[in-house]
Design a protein around this ligand. Structure first.
Ligand code: FE
Ligand code: FE
Ligand code: ZN
Length: 277
């Protein structure tokens, strides 16, 4: 039994997403909290959420993952961008309480020239402002490809951010297979070593979700272009090894592959389920 789903659009509401999950054999999913390019969040409809909970319960859905918009940058050199990002994330996390106990994933940020240490300090400061003691959501830092001035392309950077967070029990990591491969972690030839390094640097107890993607680019390319499962540089064999790892057992696996429609995801999900049978 593997917990698997994909990124789905929330535009038609939570009930509609839950129904999509049933169609494709998913028991988890990821959604953008608002338009990925930013903008206003959709109004929450309590009736829709109730219908969603019913389907979730009846079908034993696992934890779901909300993804912050890409425009969010808690460590920009521009103060207005930081303020705007803090506001968006605060709002998002308050809304997450309508679907309590789930995961909120975000890209740590890009330091835009200030340097990694300064960027990390800003992210820590912002998170300590935003998070509160009784929140039920776990905030996840996503491992990044290290493109441009992106923070989070090294496990050490993620670890430094985590160490600065006051509410230690509310922070975790989402590992993106495409991103870490592009960042230079060789999950194709040395998966054991990479998992060992993650454990040594961050700790496997912090790992709360996996973004399962193939990559269009080579190891260490720092590009971040996702590919369909088995059609990229990571390849089907390595993906199979990843989903079978006991260290990842029970975590939600989320596909963020460039599929045009639901049936593409359905095929990928059934392929991956066969790997763990
Ligand atoms: Fe992401
Ligand atoms: Fe991702
Ligand atoms: Zn990506």
């Amino acid at each position: 039994m593997i917990n698997i789903g994909c990124h789905l659009s929330i535009s038609k509401g939570f009930e509609s997403i839950a129904k999509d999950c049933l169609k494709i054999g998913a028991n988890t999913f990821q959604f953008f909290t608002r338009n990925p390019r930013g903008g206003k969040a959709k109004e929450l409809d309590s009736e829709d959420i109730e219908k969603f909970f019913k389907i979730k319960k009846e079908n034993n859905f696992r934890k779901i993952v909300a993804h912050a918009p890409y425009t969010m940058n808690l460590c920009s050199s521009k103060e207005d961008v930081v303020n705007f990002s803090v506001r968006m994330m605060s709002e998002d996390l308050k809304r997450m309480e309508y679907i309590p106990g789930n995961l909120y994933n975000f890209h740590p940020g890009s330091h835009t020239g200030q340097g990694i240490s300064a960027g990390i300090e800003k992210i820590i400061k912002a998170l300590n402002n935003i998070m509160w003691k009784d929140m039920s959501t776990t905030v996840l830092l996503e491992t990044m490809a290290g493109k441009g001035s992106e923070i989070g392309g090294k496990f050490e950077e993620i670890k430094k951010i985590i160490d600065g967070i006051e509410l230690q029990d509310k922070v975790g990591v989402c590992l993106d297979t495409c991103h870490i491969y592009d960042a230079g972690y060789d999950i194709v030839n040395h998966l054991d070593k990479v998992i060992g390094e993650f454990d040594k640097v961050i700790g496997l107890n912090r790992l709360k979700a996996i973004h399962l993607n193939d990559s269009k680019n080579i190891l260490g390319s720092r590009k971040d272009r996702h590919e369909k499962i088995g059609e990229g540089t990571i390849g089907i064999e390595a993906i199979q090894n990843i989903v079978k790892r006991k260290e990842f057992c029970g975590l939600p696996f989320i596909l963020e592959t460039p599929q045009e429609n639901l049936s593409g995801y359905k095929d990928e999900i059934s392929l991956i389920k066969k790997f763990v049978e």
